[in-house]
Design a binder for this molecule. Sequence first.
Ligand code: PNS
Length: 165
Amino acid sequence: MLRAIYPGSFDPVTYGHIDIIKRSSKIVNELIVGVLCNKAKMPLFSVEERVKMLKEVTKDLEHVRIVPFHGLLAEFAADMEARLIIRGLRAITDFEYELQMSQTNHKLEPNVETMFLTTSIEYSYLSSTTVKEIAAFGGELSQFVPEAVAVELMKKMSTKGECNK
Ligand code: PNS
């Protein structure tokens, strides 16, 4: 039984994340998408909202569970009895941070390994930050996030108000 954690902020989930979820869920027996609850990161969406969107967009996928977590990822992985952490790598710019994180997690929990999936080429430019910026300026979101997420982004942006002229 191989259980893996795919951790992240998912603020909000994009097609890039969904691609990694789909591909990794075919490799392992169970994939837990771990949603970081970290107020210090000042997310746009609450952890409950992020979990709800993830549940909606993964509802047709087998062996995928969405679980919020706080604190250390290595501890969360051990608590969930997961042997693997999965992360997506988009470009060389991701590498330094990901290397440091995987080595730290391995020091904390030597039984938990990190595996990287390279992002599919069509999503290699995509990030939640970019998507939020496009949404803030009223751009078209359908290439970047599923409809359910686009709706939530537009609702959120409409309550944020306009800046002074
Ligand atoms: O989607 P993100 O923001 O790139 O995900 C980052 C995440 C959640 C994987 C990372 O911030 C994390 O694991 N946070 C938990 C705290 C932790 O374990 N830190 C030590 C690892 S260096």
